[in-house]
Design a protein around this ligand. Structure first.
Ligand code: FAD
Length: 475
């Protein structure tokens, strides 16, 4: 262990935002930050309000083992949080158990909501670098087929993207590093370090025995979130859960400019709550998969690989979705939805993305919500650490769950009703048969399921969806 300094982060130490301010006041931009790395050039201050300017007590140079904030997991949620924290001038240490590039089981689809979040982070996404744009959604089911362009909204770009997670996640992690975050790969976090007196998290321990200290910790470690579990935060059984499997095939459909969703997934005589997807990757392959909700009767017993094969067997042969053309194993994972782990803040730990069950129950989209929650968590932390007292910091940190509820709480409550409804095969059959053939129903459905409405004003559909989401209690 190479730790030398007192913990940078027990709650009653001076906020390290003061460190930046002090550094600037002393006119010594080349001094070292609390991590021991060369100080980053002064970055734009976040909206955290005035920072304390008193000179801070001298700290002995520390090692990479302590930071203002430790972020566990460098998926989209962890990288977004790290990017925003580093941009605000905080010392951020990301710990990722794998080494990039690495596989992540996903459909690789990014809606305009996710694209908006990426634009907000300043991620370069030129088409020449393999960022395949799409115009909208093609929905097939109940004997109908419809192509819906993404809605024309001032709040969101008019296009989505497809990007393999193998390099998408790496790219975002590097983007956070460029902003000043430090990333350690191959570090498997095994548990929290706790303050014995308060039970508050003061850092984390890695499976190789290394210790890391921080003032606050973000759990961005995905669906299983070992760290949340170790802090007593378990999954809620009263919230929806999805399971999905996917693989890749060489296919002439690889450059499709619509994301395609098939609603006809049958288990014997029952129409299942979920959909199959075909997303062209633009690299000669298509990402093909099926996802189901736990409101279906036989949820736990379904053989997902067999379901995928059955569904694909009915596809035109020229699309090439055959065993010979399969380029990757069929892999699956869970989609934790509708805030299926709460509370999102406890004793110095904030949950971001899948660790907090933030996948949209209406459509299974999780990347946008991981990115957005990372930004919200970073903003809360930046404001909290700018406060001079532990009580003041705690007061701000406690607002994190409320801010998430305000953002998606009502909408996710509606989503829970939706998954219950479509878990009834008769409802699913009725909705598919009568909905897909009616463009106005599908335009409404696309906005509702994609959570893509104008935040202020908008058309009647936007106003209706926003009003109902606001009126529905967040739980
Ligand atoms: C089959 C499938 C298809 C999907 N398709 C889509 C889609 O098309 N579009 C979409 O928006 N969403 C999709 N999702 C959901 C999406 O993948 C997730 O919501 C998203 O990845 C959540 O991001 P995250 O950063 O919260 O977590 P993750 O992406 O899971 O990242 C967690 C990170 O933490 C690391 N980690 C875990 N444990 C530890 C530890 N102990 N120590 C250190 N590091 C650790 C992991 O290695 C990983 O890098 C799909 C999900 C599945 C299963």
């Amino acid at each position: 262990m190479t730790e030398e300094a007192p913990p940078a982060g027990t709650p009653d130490l001076p906020p390290s935002n003061g460190r930046l301010a002090g550094r600037r006041a002393s006119g010594s931009p080349a001094t070292q930050g609390s991590s021991g790395r060369a100080a980053q050039p002064a970055r734009a201050q976040s909206a955290g309000g005035p920072r304390p300017v008193e000179p801070q007590p001298a700290r002995s140079p520390t090692t990479t083992d302590s930071a203002d904030v430790i972020v566990v997991g460098a998926g989209p949620g962890g990288s977004a949080a790290s990017y925003y924290l580093a941009t605000a001038g905080l010392d951020v240490l990301m710990l990722e158990k794998t080494n990039f590039p690495r596989e992540k089981v996903c459909g690789d689809g990014l809606t305009p909501r996710a694209v908006r979040a990426l634009i907000g982070m300043g991620v370069p996404m030129p088409e020449a670098d393999g960022w395949l744009r799409n115009k909208g959604l093609r929905i097939i089911g109940g004997g109908g087929r419809i192509e819906l362009d993404w809605p024309d909204l001032s709040d969101y770009p008019g296009y989505g993207l497809v990007r393999a997670r193998t390099d998408f996640d790496q790219l975002l992690a590097r983007h956070a590093e460029k902003a000043g975050a430090r990333l350690l790969e191959g570090v498997n976090v095994s548990g929290p370090r706790l303050d014995e007196a308060t039970g508050r998290i003061t850092g984390v321990t890695a499976s190789d025995g290394r210790q890391f200290r921080s003032r606050l910790v973000i759990a961005a470690d995905g669906n299983s979130s070992r760290l949340s579990v170790a802090m007593g935060l378990h999954k809620r059984d009263d919230r929806p859960l999805g399971v999905a499997v996917r693989t890749y095939y060489s296919s002439p459909r690889h450059d499709d400019d619509y994301l395609e969703a098939w609603l006809d997934l049958w288990d014997g005589g029952s129409l299942l709550p979920g959909y199959g997807w075909i997303f062209g990757m633009g690299d000669g392959t298509s990402n093909v998969g099926v996802g189901l909700l736990n409101t279906s009767k036989g949820f736990g017993e379904i053989d997902y690989r067999a379901l995928l094969r059955r569904w694909l067997a009915a596809m035109p042969a020229e699309w090439g979705f055959t065993e010979e053309n399969r380029t990757a194993p069929i892999r699956g994972a869970a989609l934790p939805m509708g805030f299926n782990r709460t509370p999102h803040y406890t004793g110095g730990l904030l949950l971001v993305g899948d660790s907090g069950g933030m996948v949209n129950p209406f459509n299974g989209e999780g990347i946008a919500y991981a990115l957005e929650s990372g930004e919200i968590a970073a903003r809360v932390i930046t404001h909290a650490l700018a406060r001079p007292t532990p009580d003041g910091r705690e007061q701000v940190l406690q607002t994190y769950p409320a801010q998430l509820k305000e953002a998606w709480g009502g909408y996710y409550t509606l989503g829970r009703v939706f998954v219950e409804l479509i878990g009834k095969p008769s409802f699913m059959q009725f909705a598919t048969r009568h909905g897909v053939k009616r463009p106005w129903v599908m335009r409404f459905t696309m906005k509702l399921l994609g959570n893509l409405t104008e935040t202020r004003g908008g058309d009647a559909v936007d106003r209706l969806i926003n009003a109902v989401s606001k009126m529905t209690p967040a739980a």
